[in-house]
Design a protein around this ligand. Structure first.
Ligand code: MRU
Length: 349
């Protein structure tokens, strides 16, 4: 699946498969400017850290159409980029992509908006293609850790839909299958947005991969019964010490995995590792609208007036609970402060 994020050159807009209504209907949403791109990010037309990053890269290009080329266009553009970068707080790929485009702008000297539009669109398309290659590399490294016959639990959707294609955690599953290892998947449903039940189940079933959906609160039972051999999840931000933010409920899965001796892996590209965030305690956790918890579809399920929590992410302590962080450069092992430092130093060498 690769056409869920597509730049339409003829119309000059970004076309996104609307993940809010999958798997019921496959409909597309047009991002034509900064406001519609931010709306798509915030309402989760598109979601998942790497997919957010690629969308933001195209969003920078769209912002250029709004600032004109008269005096002060640079300041107007800077303000649009700041708005875009702040659309969601936890997935660092958003800021990573906007920073990358900003650096490209600053390196381009005296450019006109028209010239910058060409430079940014070309770079956004490259990032889009590179993300798929990065996921495939992660899939090869992580796939080798899975054994024939394993049942792999995953939480949220860290698949093709959450990336430019292939997936991080689901890329590891695809990598294992490519190695000829027959693995099965348990997709935790992932309340309240149901990324597991709706999106992971949708894309794996579409690809003929053996997937079963389980309620989030079945994790303990499934592990106690020996029905899970591996856990692989994605991440929205990995701190410099290896603590990993991912969809709410991931931390609970990791604690259970430790209790039952099940290896717990995080699959994340280097763009998700934020060396400017020292520990998990420094990762901002998105607090979303209560309506996502209060309503299932159009039906209200909690009494009027009762407050609810809707924290969208939690943080899993790296050295304590994560067996390995699977990146495109290989599998990092604890202690993560050292292995993360090493992998970036090697990249710079
Ligand atoms: O709120 P979401 O759906 O954007 O959260 C997504 C996740 O938590 C994913 O697991 C994470 O971004 C990794 S995606 C490859």
């Amino acid at each position: 699946m690769t056409d869920h994020i597509r730049y339409d050159d003829a119309r000059g807009c970004l076309v996104l498969l609307d993940q809010r209504i999958l798997p019921t209907r496959e409909e597309y949403f047009d991002c034509t400017d900064t406001a519609s791109t931010i709306y798509a990010l915030q309402t989760m037309v598109v979601r998942g850290a790497p997919a957010i990053g690629v969308t933001a890269a195209y969003g920078c290009r769209l912002a250029l159409d709004e600032v004109g080329d008269g005096p002060g266009w640079q300041e107007r553009l800077q303000a649009k980029l700041a708005e875009l970068a702040a659309a969601r707080p936890t997935a660092v790929n958003l800021k990573w992509a906007v920073d990358l485009m900003t650096a490209l702008w600053k390196d381009s000297g005296e450019v006109t908006p028209a010239r910058l539009a060409d430079i940014w669109l070309a770079r956004a398309k490259e990032l889009h293609a590179e993300d798929i290659e990065i996921n495939k590399a992660m899939g090869r490294h992580g796939g080798a850790l899975m054994r024939d016959g394993d049942t792999i639990m995953t939480h949220c959707n860290a698949g093709a839909l959450a990336t430019a294609g292939w997936g991080t955690a689901l890329g590891v599953i695809r990598g294992a299958l490519e190695l000829g290892r027959k693995v099965r998947v348990i997709a935790n449903e992932t309340r309240p947005f149901l990324q597991g039940a709706r999106l992971t189940a949708y894309e794996l079933a579409k690809d003929g991969i053996d997937v079963t959906v389980a309620c989030d609160n079945a994790v303990g039972l499934l592990m106690q019964r020996g029905m899970v051999q591996q856990v692989v999840v994605g991440a929205d931000r990995v701190a410099a010490n290896g603590d990993a933010a991912n969809k709410i409920g991931t931390f609970t899965v990791a604690v259970m995995a430790k209790r039952f001796g099940v290896p717990f892996y995080v699959a994340a590209p280097l763009s998700t590792i934020d060396r400017n965030t020292p520990t998990g305690a420094d990762i901002p956790i998105e607090d979303r609208t209560p309506d996502e918890v209060v309503f299932v579809g159009a039906t209200r399920i909690t009494p009027e007036g009762v407050p609810v929590y809707n924290f969208a992410f939690d943080v899993t302590p790296g050295d304590e609970l994560i067996a390995g962080i699977i990146t495109e450069k290989g599998v990092l092992r604890p202690p993560y402060a050292a292995s993360i430092r090493r992998v970036f130093a090697e990249g710079a060498a």
